[in-house]
Design a protein. Structure first.
Lengths: 112, 112
C-alpha cells in the first residue's frame, strides 16, 4: 500500500544535541510537510516543500531545518533541541498544496 | 486568510448515541474542507473531504458531514457512536494554492 513512513517512531535526544527525523513516501506526491504537534494541540506547520521549492513558515524557529534530497524523502533537522521542542513531529504529503494530506504515524521526540 | 474554529474542546457521549462535532470556517470563497481523526500517539487519518458538488459528504467509519455555505459550517455527524471512536477530531480548511489551516480540535470521549 502507498503510504507515508516516519522513522524513528520514538526519538530521545539530549538538550542541545542535533537530531534528524526522517520521512519517506511511496505516493509520489509533489508536496511534503512537516508539522509540530504538542499535547492537546492542533498540528502546527513548520515548513513544506513543493517539489524542490522550500517554504518556511514565518514563525518557524531557525533551529529547525529541512532537506528534501529527492521526491520520496524529506528530513527534519533540529540543530540544538531545547526542552520546548519535545513534541510529536508529523510528516504529511499531498498531490498539491490545497488537496488532502496524507499523514505518517509521527515521531515522538523527547528532549532530556 | 482562512481560519477554522471548533467550538467544543471536549465532548462526551454514550456508546450508541448520535454525535455532531461542529466546525466553522472563515474564507471568502468556497473552501476545501476536511475532517481528520487522530488516536492517541498516532498520525492523522482522513475521515472525509468536501471540494464541490453534493453538500452532504460520506466518509469512512460511518461518518458524514454537511457543508452549509450560509452558516460557514462543516459539521461532522455519526448516527451511533462506538467506543473505538474516542479520539481527537480536527477540522481543516484548504484554499486553492494555500496550505491547510487546522482547527484546534475536539476531543471525543465515549462512555460505555
Amino acid at each position: 500500500d502507498a503510504m507515508v513512513i516516519q522513522n524513528p517512531r520514538y526519538q530521545v535526544t539530549q538538550f542541545g544535541k542535533p537530531v534528524t527525523l526522517s520521512c519517506s513516501q511511496t505516493l509520489n506526491h509533489n508536496v511534503m510537510y512537516w508539522y509540530q504537534q504538542k499535547s492537546s494541540q492542533a498540528p502546527k506547520l513548520l515548513f513544506h516543500y513543493y517539489d524542490k521549492d522550500f517554504n518556511n513558515e514565518a514563525d518557524t524557529p531557525d533551529n529547525f531545518q529541512s532537506r528534501r534530497p529527492n521526491t520520496s524523502f524529506c528530513f527534519l533537522d533540529i540543530r540544538s533541541p531545547g526542552l520546548g521542542d519535545a513534541a510529536m513531529y508529523l510528516c504529511a504529503t499531498s498531490r498539491d498544496r490545497s488537496g488532502e494530506q496524507f499523514f505518517g504515524p509521527g515521531t515522538r521526540l523527547t528532549v532530556l | 486568510a482562512q481560519s477554522v474554529t471548533q467550538p467544543d474542546i471536549h465532548i462526551t457521549v454514550s456508546e450508541g448515541a448520535s454525535l455532531e462535532l461542529r466546525c466553522n470556517y472563515s474564507y471568502g470563497a468556497t473552501p476545501y474542507l476536511f475532517w481528520y481523526v487522530q488516536s492517541p500517539g498516532q498520525g492523522l487519518q482522513l475521515l472525509l473531504k468536501y471540494f464541490s458538488g453534493d453538500t452532504l459528504v460520506q466518509g469512512i467509519k460511518g461518518f458524514e458531514a454537511e457543508f452549509k455555505r450560509s452558516q460557514s459550517s462543516f459539521n461532522l455527524r455519526k448516527p451511533s457512536v462506538h467506543w473505538s471512536d474516542a479520539a481527537e477530531y480536527f477540522c481543516a480548511v484548504g484554499a486553492n494554492g494555500q496550505n491547510f489551516v487546522f482547527g484546534p480540535g475536539t476531543r471525543l470521549s465515549v462512555l460505555p
